[in-house]
Design a protein around this ligand. Structure first.
Ligand SMILES: C[S@@+](CC[C@H](N)C(=O)[O-])C[C@H]1O[C@@H](n2cnc3c(N)ncnc32)[C@H](O)[C@@H]1O
Length: 275
């Protein structure tokens, strides 16, 4: 855990993801916890967005989910403040023959209002934001901004860093990686992104519900991952060997059940836009 204690330069999320973008896919293949969470997220997003045709992704990165949904026949507007991630997304779209189904816009979640002018109110059939909203300094304006872009009854899926992570508490991570464990409990965490550190927010269930309830109803909650320790503790599972597949299956079978759905590292929230 020595590497975890090295102080890294704190930068804006977009700058850190610009640097990470070319290696983002390697990160997923090298870390089994990230890979598992990414699989779970894509399954939920694909199911939730299945009825929509015109979708909005917020914090798309290099397009891990946008590209899959475009391959399923959707049209997607992919937003991210990291221009390098969006450049790679467009390259990947061209090489998969999907570029006519995808538009990219270099904006953070806090600038969604810019899309209102371009696409018009209530023009999207669904929206999703996987592992990105925690980089916004607050959730104050986001629910209303995204609601204005969604048609009534449209799904919105967001995975947001959770305040209370059961696996982190049980492994005692707060004691041996205090920057992560205690930071999360206090609501502000410095996350390692490539060689940088980026400030992110962790939210309690009540804070998320209070922010979204005026505009959205809750349609589902998942822990991502629910019982597997978060990705920076991946090495704990190193010796698990064949047990890893069993743990992942167990995680999948409990991740939408109470209380595990509320005790994961991220919480996946499926909302439905109120009329
Ligand atoms: C962990 S990556 C997730 C990327 C993609 N959603 C996925 O699941 O593979 C986080 C992404 O959030 C983006 N991001 C950073 N700040 C953001 C903000 N304020 N609003 C929206 N996205 C942001 C980063 O540039 C990065 O691409």
């Amino acid at each position: 855990m020595r590497a975890q204690t090295v102080r890294k330069e704190v930068v804006e999320a977009a700058a850190a993801y610009d640097t990470l973008a070319p290696r983002y896919e390697d990160l997923i293949s090298e870390n089994a916890v990230i890979a598992h969470s990414a699989r779970m997220s894509l399954e939920i997003v694909s199911r939730a967005m299945s009825d929509g045709e015109f979708l909005l992704e917020i914090g798309s990165g290099i397009g891990r989910e946008t590209l899959e949904l475009a391959a399923q026949g959707k049209r997607v507007v992919a937003c991210d403040p990291s221009r390098e991630s969006l450049r790679l997304l467009r390259d990947r779209a061209i090489s998969r023959g999907l570029s006519d189904r995808i538009l990219t816009r270099p904006i953070p979640a806090s600038s969604l209002r810019e899309l209102l002018k371009e696409f018009g109110p209530h023009s999207f059939d669904g929206s999703f934001s996987s592992f990105a909203l925690s980089y916004e300094p607050s959730l104050r304006t986001f629910p209303d901004d995204v609601w204005r872009l969604l048609r009534p009854g449209a799904p919105l899926f967001c995975s947001i860093l959770n305040r209370l992570c059961l696996a982190e508490l049980l492994t005692g991570a707060a004691l041996w990686v205090p920057r992560r464990g205690f930071g999360r409990l206090l609501g502000t965490v410095n996350l390692s992104v490539d060689q940088f550190s980026v400030q992110a927010r962790a939210y309690a269930t009540r804070e998320v519900l209070d922010a979204f309830r005026p505009r959205f109803e809750v349609a589902g909650i998942w822990g991502l991952p629910a019982i597997i320790p978060p990705h920076y503790l991946n090495r704990l599972l190193g010796p698990a060997g064949g047990l890893r597949a069993g743990l992942e299956n167990l995680d999948r079978s409990v991740n939408s059940r109470w209380p595990f759905c509320r005790l994961g590292s991220h919480t996946g929230w499926l909302f439905v836009s109120r009329p």
